[in-house]
Write a new protein. Structure first.
Ligand SMILES: *Cc1c(COP(=O)(O)O)cnc(C)c1O
Length: 515
C-alpha cells in the first residue's frame, strides 16, 4: 500500500465513529454493499467546497474532469525512491494513453521522466511540448509510414513488434542515411509450465535466430537494438519476474552480437487499489453471488452479473471487472520484483551488474489519486418497483474502461436544498432513497454505475456527483461523442497557496485538429 499520510486505512463496513472529513463526504451515497473510495486530501477538500464545484460545473459544463498533476508527481517520486533503495538505474515512462491531459506530460517534463506514446498524435504532442527524444518511447500497436517517419526524424525509439515493422523502419532509416535505435518487443514467456499468450511482440525463443538470419540486421547501418521491451496483460508480479529472468540472458546474447542494449522495459500493469478496505471488496462479491443465486435482493441493476451467472444453482463465469482492491500494489509490488532471485543474486543485482537501465511504463497506477469526474444531477424519478433513477448530465463512456463497472462509490455533494422544497418536491428523492445513477445515452443499458446505491439524505436536482480517482483510463479511454454530445472538459487543479483552475492545453490542440 502507499504509505503516505493521505491514505490511512480504515474500516468502513459499519458507520460507527464517522469523524474523518472523507467519511463525512462519503456518507451521502453508498453502494447498498458499500465500496468506499480511497480519497486524496485535494479531493476531500474540493468535495467540501460545494460552491467552488458548482461554479466550475457552471463554467465548464457537466461532466467535468478535474486533474491534479501534483499527485502524479508524488507517484513518480515514490517509484523512483523504491528503485533507488535497490540502487538501480531506473526510469518511469508514463503511458500517456491512460489520460490525454497535457498537464501530465508537462509534469513528466519537469520531473525529467519519460512518456510512452501509442500513436502519431500522442508522439507529436509530446515532442512538441519539448520533451527530449530520449525521454519518449513509441509503443504504438500500429505504426503507419507517417509515424515511423516522424520517429526516425525525431530519433524517438520505437518498440518493434514484428518483422514487417522492422523492414519499414530499416527502409526509412536507409532513405535518410540514418542509423536508428530501436527496442524489440518480446512475448511468449514461459510461466507455470505454459507460455503466456499474447498477440504482441517476437516470441522469446525465436528472437536470436530471427536477428541472426534477418537481412535488416546484417546490412550496413542496420538498426541498433538499444532495448528489450515487454508489456504483459494483468498485474501478476511473478509473471514480470519470469519475463525479466528470461530477458536478461537474451540481453547478454544480443550484446555479444554487437547490439548496444541500454535498457530493459517491463511495460505497465503496476497494480493499484481504489478502495480503502479489502473486506468491503470481498463482502461485495460474497453478497453479489448470493444475489445471483436468488438468495438476497440484487445489488446490481436487474441483477446484472458483472461477469458471473447462475448455472443450475451454482455461480459460474468470471468477474469482468478491474480488481478495485488488490493486496500488493504500487511500490510494494515493484520492490517484490526488484528483490526476486536471478542466478545467485537478485534481479536488482543482475540489472546493476549489467549496467542496464530498468524501465517501466505505468499508466493507471501513476495516475492514482490524480483526477476525479464531476457531474450534475438533472432529474430524480421513482420507478414503480420503488427504486429511484437519478439522471446525470454525462454518459457512461465518460467513466468506462473494459471493466464492466466502476466499482467505487461516488460522492454526492449537496448543492440544492435537501428536500428540494424550494424547487418543488418533484425534484428530490427524499431521504433514505435507493436506486441507480443513469446517463444521457438513449439505451436501456445506459447506467453510469450498475451497482445499486443508497442515498441516506436523498438526492436533489442540482446536486453534484463526484466520481473519485478516474484519471487512469476512466476519463478518456472510451469517451465518445455519440448523440453529438461534446466531450467533457478537462480542468487542471493547481494547489498553490490559493487553489486555482485552468483548462488543460489538450482542449486547445483538439480544437486545432478539426481545421
Ligand atoms: C497500456 C500500456 C501500458 C500501461 O499499462 P497500465 O496497465 O496502465 O500500467 C504500458 N505499456 C504498453 C505497451 C501498453 O500498451
Amino acid at each position: 500500500m502507499n504509505d503516505g499520510t493521505e491514505h490511512q486505512s480504515s474500516t468502513m463496513i459499519d458507520d460507527s465513529g464517522i469523524d474523518r472529513e472523507e467519511d463525512k463526504c462519503r456518507s451521502y451515497c453508498k453502494g447498498i454493499v458499500p465500496l468506499s473510495a480511497r480519497m486524496e486530501k485535494w479531493m476531500t477538500d474540493l468535495c467540501e467546497d460545494d460552491k467552488a464545484l458548482s461554479r466550475l460545473v457552471e463554467r465548464f459544463g457537466s461532466p467535468l474532469n478535474l486533474v491534479n498533476p501534483k499527485t502524479f508527481e508524488r507517484n513518480v517520486d515514490r517509484f523512483r525512491e523504491s528503485a533507488s533503495r535497490h540502487d538501480i538505474d531506473f526510469e518511469v515512462y508514463f503511458a500517456r494513453k491512460a489520460n490525454k491531459c497535457l498537464a501530465f506530460v508537462n509534469a513528466a517534463h519537469e520531473l525529467k521522466c519519460g512518456v510512452d506514446t501509442a500513436s502519431l498524435q500522442e508522439c507529436e504532442q509530446v515532442i512538441s511540448s519539448g520533451l527530449p527524444a530520449d525521454k519518449v518511447i513509441c509503443t504504438a500497436a500500429i505504426k503507419t509510414d507517417e509515424l515511423v517517419r516522424f520517429c526516425v526524424a525525431h530519433e524517438v525509439v520505437m518498440a518493434i513488434d514484428n518483422p514487417c515493422e522492422l523492414e519499414i523502419v530499416s527502409r526509412e532509416a536507409m532513405a535518410n542515411g540514418k542509423q536508428v535505435n530501436i527496442a524489440l518487443r518480446v512475448g511468449g514467456f514461459k510461466f507455470g509450465g505454459e507460455h503466456l499468450k499474447t498477440r504482441f511482440g517476437f516470441d522469446v525463443n525465436e528472437l536470436i535466430p530471427f536477428i541472426e538470419s534477418n537481412a535488416a540486421f546484417n546490412a550496413n547501418n542496420c538498426p541498433l537494438v538499444v532495448g528489450l521491451h515487454f508489456h504483459l496483460d494483468g498485474y501478476c508480479h511473478q509473471q514480470r519476474v519470469a519475463a525479466i529472468q528470461q530477458c536478461l540472458p537474451l540481453i547478454d546474447e544480443l550484446r555479444n552480437h554487437g547490439h548496444p542494449i541500454k535498457f530493459l522495459d517491463m511495460g505497465g500493469g503496476i497494480p493499484m487499489s481504489y478502495l480503502d478496505d479489502a473486506r468491503q471488496w470481498d463482502l461485495f462479491w460474497l453478497e453479489h453471488e448470493l444475489a445471483i443465486l436468488g438468495q438476497r435482493e440484487p445489488v446490481t441493476y436487474l441483477n446484472h452479473g458483472l461477469g458471473l451467472l447462475n448455472v443450475d444453482g451454482k455461480v459460474a463465469g468470471v468477474r469482468k471487472s478491474y480488481p478495485f482492491f488488490q493486496p500488493l500494489v504500487q511500490t510494494d509490488w515493484l520492490e517484490s520484483i526488484f528483490s526476486s532471485p536471478f542466478d545467485s543474486g537478485t534481479i536488482a543485482e543482475a540489472i546493476r551488474s549489467r549496467r542496464l537501465q530498468l524501465r517501466c511504463e505505468p499508466g493507471r497506477s501513476i495516475l492514482d489519486g490524480s483526477g476525479m469526474t464531476v457531474a450534475r444531477v438533472e432529474f430524480c424519478k421513482q420507478h414503480r418497483d420503488g427504486h429511484w433513477l437519478v439522471g446525470l448530465a454525462m454518459n457512461h463512456t465518460q467513466c468506462r474502461t473494459s471493466s464492466v463497472d466502476f466499482m467505487v462509490d461516488p460522492i454526492v455533494v449537496k448543492v440544492a436544498d435537501d428536500d428540494g422544497e424550494s424547487s418543488g418536491r418533484q425534484q428530490s428523492t427524499g431521504p433514505e432513497a435507493e436506486g441507480f445513477l443513469v446517463g444521457a445515452y438513449c439505451t436501456e443499458s445506459e447506467l453510469i454505475f450498475k451497482r445499486r446505491m443508497r442515498f441516506p439524505k436523498g438526492v436533489t436536482r442540482g446536486d453534484l456527483v463526484i466520481i473519485p480517482n478516474t484519471a487512469g483510463y476512466f476519463m478518456h479511454f472510451l469517451e465518445s461523442r455519440s448523440h453529438q454530445f461534446p466531450l467533457a472538459k478537462n480542468v487542471v487543479v493547481d494547489q498553490g497557496s490559493n487553489i486555482s483552475f485552468s483548462l488543460d492545453n489538450i482542449e486547445h490542440s483538439e480544437l486545432c485538429e478539426g481545421k
